[in-house]
Write a new protein. Structure first.
Length: 206
């Protein structure tokens, strides 16, 4: 089996939509318009290509994204800087082989160069213990529970502090910035920038 973790490209979007929408109710559905929004705006959006076929994806946003998810807005109200994982989804036949772990190692490597924390949520209704374990054993801990407006489902809001960020901050960010290394440049996505505005809480996208 060959595995490549890479930045998303436009040709991947149909496969991503199919994987996402085969994962109800664990993941909120997406339509192409909303997926295109993520494609254009997410600072971190990667796919796992398994034997040349998209087998999973992960989407992350910074705290300044113009995003209407009430869970994202909750984090923005409580923390100054973070990478928010909107979703991570592995195709059903590929689950349990470590791809989720590979994605989380990758998003952590991306985030710890910029922010002190990664954030996400898991549904507690219905509760999926594989998903709860997946996060808990990677070092996430619960910072709150809430009900999502719109679908009334209880979610657990999770955070993981990134202890290596302090080193990056003191050694590089405070001293003029990260070094210009190819692997750091490759991790960057070109995406549309959001205006720095404060959003009212929007209706939940269900
Ligand atoms: C959650 C998800 C991303 C995990 O990806 P994965 O590739 O299946 O997970 P991994 O194989 O990397 O497993 C990592 C750890 O998660 C836990 N885990 C994963 N599947 C599990 C299962 N079926 N039962 C129990 N624990 C499980 C284990 O702790 C595992 O560690 P281990 O292999 O050392 O025991 C995947 O199951 C998925 O896409 N689920 C549907 C979408 C979803 O709910 N996403 C999360 C919210 S956005």
């Amino acid at each position: 089996m060959s595995l490549k973790i890479r930045n998303v490209c436009e040709n991947d979007l149909d496969a991503i939509l199919a994987i996402n929408n085969a994962t109800s109710p664990g993941i909120l559905p997406l339509d192409s318009k909303r997926l295109c929004w993520f494609f254009e705006r997410a600072v971190y959006f990667r796919v796992a290509e398994v034997d040349g076929i998209v087998g999973g994806f992960i989407i992350g946003l910074r705290e300044n994204a113009y995003h209407d998810s009430s869970n994202f807005l909750w984090f923005r109200d409580h923390y100054p800087a973070f990478v928010y994982i909107d979703r991570v989804v592995i195709a059903p036949t590929l689950r349990g082989h470590g791809l989720g772990r590979v994605f989380y190692a990758d998003v952590q490597s991306y985030a710890e160069l910029q922010v002190p924390m990664v954030a996400c949520e898991v549904f507690l209704e219905p509760r999926n213990d594989a998903v709860v374990l997946f996060h808990g054993t990677f070092g996430f801990h619960e910072v709150a529970q809430r009900r999502m407006p719109g679908n009334n489902r209880r979610v657990s809001l999770l955070a993981k502090e990134l202890c290596s960020f302090q080193f990056v901050h003191d050694t590089y960010l405070e001293q003029g910035g990260l070094p210009r290394l190819a692997w750091l440049e490759n991790a960057k996505r070109t995406c549309r920038q959001d205006p720095p505005v404060s959003l009212p809480q929007a209706a939940e996208h269900v």
